[in-house]
Design a protein around this ligand. Sequence first.
Ligand SMILES: CC1=C(CCC(=O)O)c2cc3nc(cc4[nH]c(cc5[nH]c(cc1n2)c(C)c5CCC(=O)O)c(CCC(=O)O)c4C)C(CCC(=O)O)=C3C
Ligand SMILES: [Fe+2]
Length: 375
Amino acid sequence: MGPPPYDGCMTAADQPQVAPYDALLLLSFGGPEKPEDVVPFLENVTRGRGIPRERLEEVGQHYFGFGGRSPINDQNRALLAAIREDLAAAGIDLPVYWGNRNWDPYLADAVSEMRADGIERAAVFTTSAYSSYSSCRQYRENLADVGAEVDGAPRLERLRQYYNHPGFVEPFVDETVRALGSLPETARDDAHLLFVTHSIPLAMNDGSGARGGAYVAQHLDVMAEVVEQVAARIGRTPQHELVYCSRSGAPHIPWLEPDVNDRLEEMAAEGVTSVVMVPIGFVSDHMEVVYDLDTEAMATAEGLGMAAARAGTPGTDPRFVALVRDLLLERAAAERGEVPVRTTVGSLGPGPDLCAVGCCPNPRAPRPAACGVDS
Ligand SMILES: CC1=C(CCC(=O)O)c2cc3nc(cc4[nH]c(cc5[nH]c(cc1n2)c(C)c5CCC(=O)O)c(CCC(=O)O)c4C)C(CCC(=O)O)=C3C
Ligand SMILES: [Fe+2]
């Protein structure tokens, strides 16, 4: 997993090699920071996507309930600071920028700033771990758009998907063990684990990855790995399953199910009395987590008389921050023609540096996307 932390005795020759890159760009979703931002933010997210008016009003209320401020931008500020510290501690002198798809600071502004600073070729880390149109190709389309929009934009090379990197998986293991331990003693031993991710349309899952179905397959692989590591720690294998949150879209279009709330009701009827929710679909505790899980699903569990706890997301866990450095150094080595170690856990192996032709297709109409074998 990358070089050892900088111990103060490193010589220039020992410094990890980031060439050919001269910058790193953190690319994220973005979120509103005050009540006036909420509606224009939602318009940015849903433009041309056929999300019913009622759903938008409902989601707007989630944001207003938190003072019109999503936690996501502050979480990215913290991640940005942690990445800068981690790189510096490893003796890597590389500027790190941040831009979003849907809200200020926008990707185009970050890339304009990079161009003004003379950046020529940057690696791009997205806050999205899995393969699907929303979590992969849509970011690649954003990179293609900004390349066309910003004259003289640097080359932007998206780092591979990292759902099965130990720096993403291990924080969930620790947090699952911690959350189990936070349940009342009588509820601990038969608590079920509910692994939770963002629902997407069935058709989007069917198209995800190079051969289809990758979104669900990747989550099942992460779930199996977390369960195995948790079992090794607690000496038993808890019951576990994958469920979904944050369904959107028109009601007649099928999305991945079961919804976490529906499943909690069924489980209560089946006699389950305690659960731990493990939000493996998410990198930080943003609105989907603090509203859809901590507010809505927790209220559902409480209403059913179940004991419930939630595991935290990677956020700024030092292992997750070091993952960014590991992927950067891995890709830099590959671009120099070396054959780097590509660290993964689970059964699926590392994803490609460049996405396959036609993977994770745009559900509406094909658009140019960067960072594919055909771009
Ligand atoms: C797979 C996936 C992830 C996980 C991977 C990743 O992290 O990238 C994710 C993350 C996020 N989704 C977010 C917010 C929203 N997503 C929406 C809508 C949608 N998401 C979708 C998928 C995903 N979304 C889809 C298929 C739609 C339907 C419309 C469309 O086809 O695009 C809507 C519109 C209202 C609604 O319909 O809910 C909002 C406001 C925020 C910000 C949270 C904050 O502010 O803290 C984050 C991190
Ligand atoms: Fe979303």
